[in-house]
Design a protein around this ligand. Sequence first.
Ligand SMILES: [Zn+2]
Length: 484
Amino acid sequence: MMVDTKGPLSYYLYETFNVSSILSLVTATILSFGGEMGKKYLNFINIRGLTRRDFLWLFSVSAAGFLTGCSINPVTGQSQIMLVSEDSEVQIDRKNSPHQFSADYGIIQDKSLNSYINQTGKKIASLTHRPGMPYSFQCVNAAYVNAYAFPGGSIAVTRGILVNLNNEAELSALLGHELGHVNARHTAEQMSKGLLTSALVGGIAVFAGAKNQTYGKIAESLGMVGSGMLLASYSRDNEREADALGMEYMIKAGYGPDGFIGLMDMLRKMSKNKPGSIELMFSTHPMSDERYNTAVSNVSRLNESSRKLPLYRERYMDNTAKLRSVKAAIDELQSGDSEMAKQKYNIAEGHFQKALSIAPNDYAGLVLMSKCLLIQEKYGEALRYAETAKQVYPGEAQAHQFSGFAKMKKKDFDAAYEEFNNYEKVLPDNPNTIFYKGYCQEQMKHIKESAFEYNRYLQIVKNGEQATHSYQRLVEWGYIKPAK
Ligand SMILES: [Zn+2]
């Protein structure tokens, strides 16, 4: 329910659709039975309207789930203002993390590597202040350097960061740091202070209504969730605390704290040599030489037995051997990604080509190439890469979205609709997909089906061109009464 009310239209949508979204199940059911009855029911809701007081009441009911008042911080043991319950943390996590994982090209298909990451994380998690959270640790296919945590304990690291680590102690430092954010409840704290971007609270819906600064208009319409929109941005104090907790946890788990220094050193060097590949990580986890220096001085104060704990280099190298064998491809993807962000699509395409010559069946490579071609309006070629990506990783959603988009641009609306439908089966609730389903149906002159999707869309997104388009069609077709 995070909507800004800029003009009369958005205000109208705000009032009407936020409220009617509560009734959405009923509306959707009636509409799906279709015909005049569905139309009348929708008209009924809007003619009758709801008073501002009704609206506020409904809003306060739904907001009540968040309110828990004062609570004890699990790390400091001190009382703090906390408006977010543990249940809400888990809910926010479950709603958002699958979209972020898909935006990062899905969980790595190498099951043994992923279970190695998960086991390493779980071992440390059991020694934290909140051992009972539903933790999971995954490696996602993205090539840029990043790691992140959702407030319920879903933690991910990218392939791009794993190929730059030297031992298991560095990995445990990275996971320990993310665990620090979860345990000190930093996301919940940011939410309580109202500091968190509405994206995480409203989820992907807010993203869909926003402009994507990075790739421009086409990318925006691709329904991409990139650029860390769903990730919390921490303060420097949060970072210091997460660093301190991370080091504490990894030592408890039996890892040498030199791994922490190694991690900080790697990040520091990356930020100087390859700033593009690490930009996002630093936008969410502020990094400075100070963090490295603090780690060095903290380690020097530890007792000898802690300092001498092992780093497990060989075990790390064994478990990541297969991944590291395609490091050259991952580097090319990183470079391509950076060029795309600078809107140099031609150069980016060259990097993706090189990456795919090293690792032809790399899902992230295929999807990135498809994305890059779509942005350049080379729809036929883009479709070819998206189709291959689908074959390589059938359980991942993003390739379906790109394939659908390419087919839509080639005016093959029936086939495009199928792709968007497939996407929704894997990853529900992406409003962009819902909009495109409506759009494809509209192009095929299936008014009832189109109205159904546009109505669903407007229940999630209230602003932007797609919302305006959906709204206008519903007015035109007599499903809703226009705003005065
Ligand atoms: Zn951090």
